[in-house]
Design a protein around this ligand. Structure first.
Ligand code: UD1
Ligand code: CA
Length: 452
């Protein structure tokens, strides 16, 4: 089985500069969902028809082939553009639209199996839609067999009352598909070559056409507008939350928990409200995440607690406590048993096992060993106005409150930094460094002032 995915349209109703199929639902472009579903249904080859924003679309996807439809003359014309790819093919062709991202591989596989078993020339997937506006309507004969599809814009008032719609998913015998496509005309309300007309042409050639109703109409929802985009997004997130809960994750409030489709979460992790798990994120077991936290492209180990945090493009190992109000920025690795809390920012740094950054620190471009304690207000001064420099901190280093570490600088193992120091030279192993002006007390100073 090979798949053609139609994705050349402009998506006028989206009112967007971005090609429609690149708009994200469930955290990834809608076309990616369609490609993934086709592959998981057993498709061996995916040919994506592109046109509007072709270059951008082409750059965004791997492991598929592209065919250019230079002018968008309709869904039938779009399929016709792939004809050369199927020269002499006797394969079954599955046709999908790039703007229907809710199909599961399972539904598509069942659909293709039904088509193959029935030996029909073509099979179309249909759905009973609560609001059929905009969809093509399925017209059946009195005996219930398929007669034709009428587009919403071409439908009369009687036809518009029909709630069974074309889901935009078809299976064809390759030869019969391309034979019929060349006969499709564009005499309709939109002046387009409609793919559904192939079904009528084949039927008139006495070929067998099946119209199979999907069990779950929600999988067939198409996205033409931003309102439909939000509706699809909600469905995908609900689906993801249910899958996570069924696999042993506690979600306190699914309605306010936003997990992208490809995110993995381990058993017995608890997710509090207003938490976002996005992109390529993998969370371990027994974690407590949120409330009010966002993890984007994060690898997180087991037993991590994080509340009120934003962490992106970084790694957190096991038994780490984060928050409240922590920002872990790209390129950071937080090793086991680290504690980072209360208004701390860490950027592009390694924080060694068991080290503590309890409050009000900026640690950037730093390699910190194990068992360190950063006093409140510790700042790595990593930027000289032109270049970033690294700070190297050994094991068991203690930095007193409100110290500046001017990079590049090294604090060797066991170094102690007196509070309020500004350090710009290496502190050797086990040394105490004091780098602040000495305190002077002036006796009776206030008495004199009162007399004046
Ligand atoms: C289409 C169907 C309709 C069905 C609905 C299901 C036709 C004529 N109508 O309508 O019966 O109920 O899908 O969601 O097929 N495309 C191209 N090239 C073109 C035109 C479209 O590649 O020249 C692509 C679009 O990018 C889109 C898909 O085909 O991904 C469907 O096109 P769209 O304009 O959204 O069709 P609908 O009006 O939704
Ligand atoms: Ca559509």
């Amino acid at each position: 089985m090979e798949t053609i995915i139609l994705a050349a349209g402009k998506g006028t109703r989206m009112k967007s500069k971005l090609p429609k199929v690149l708009h994200k639902v469930g955290g990834k472009p809608m076309l990616q969902h369609v490609i993934d579903a086709a592959k998981s249904a057993g498709s061996t080859r995916e040919i994506v028809v592109i046109g509007n924003g072709a270059e951008l679309v082409q750059q965004s996807f791997n492991n598929v082939e592209f065919v250019l439809q230079a002018e968008q003359l309709g869904t039938g014309h779009a399929v016709l553009c792939t004809k050369e790819k199927f020269a002499n093919s006797n394969d079954t062709i599955l046709v999908l639209c790039g703007d229907t991202p809710l199909f599961t591989g399972e539904l598509l596989k069942n659909f293709v199996d039904k088509h193959i078993k029935s030996k029909a020339a073509a099979t179309v997937l249909t759905a009973e839609m609560p609001d059929a506006t905009g969809y093509g309507r399925i017209i059946r004969e009195d005996d219930g067999t398929f007669r034709k599809i009428v587009e919403h814009k071409d439908a009369n008032s009687y036809e518009r009352q029909i709630s069974e719609v074309n889901a935009g998913v078809y299976c064809f015998d390759a030869k019969k598909l391309f034979g019929a496509l060349s006969q499709v005309k564009n005499e309709n309300a939109q002046g387009e070559y409609y793919l559904p007309d192939v079904l009528t042409i084949l039927k008139n050639d006495s070929e067998k056409i099946n119209a199979v109703i999907a069990d779950d109409y929600k999988q067939t929802l198409g996205i033409n507008s931003r309102v439909q985009l939000a509706a699809a997004d909600k469905i995908l997130r609900q689906r993801k939350n249910i899958a996570l809960m069924e696999s042993g994750v506690t979600i306190i409030d699914p309605a306010s928990t936003f997990v992208d489709c490809d995110v993995e979460v381990g058993q017995d992790t608890v997710i509090y409200p207003n938490t976002y798990l996005e992109g390529n994120t993998k969370i371990g077991e027994n974690c407590t995440l949120g409330p009010n936290s966002r993890f984007e492209n994060m690898i997180v180990g087991d037993n991590v607690q994080a509340q009120f945090c934003y962490c992106h493009d970084a790694e957190i190992c096991n038994n780490v406590i984060l928050g409240p109000y922590v920002h872990i920025r790209p390129g950071s690795k937080i090793f086991d048993k680290v504690k980072i809390g209360n208004f701390v920012e860490v950027k592009n740094s390694n924080i060694g096992e068991g080290s503590k950054l309890p409050h009000l620190q900026y640690i950037g471009d730093t390699d910190m060993g194990a068992g360190c304690n950063m006093g409140c207000g510790t700042i790595t001064v990593n930027y000289d106005g032109k270049k970033k420099h690294r700070t190297t901190i050994g094991d068991n280093v203690f930095v007193g409150c409100n110290s500046n570490l001017i990079a590049p600088v090294t604090l060797e193992d066991g170094a102690y930094i007196a509070a309020g120091s500004t350090i710009n030279k290496t502190v050797p192993k086990d040394n105490l460094a004091i780098a602040r002006s000495r305190q002077t007390n002036i006796s009776n100073w206030n008495d004199k002032r009162k007399q004046e």
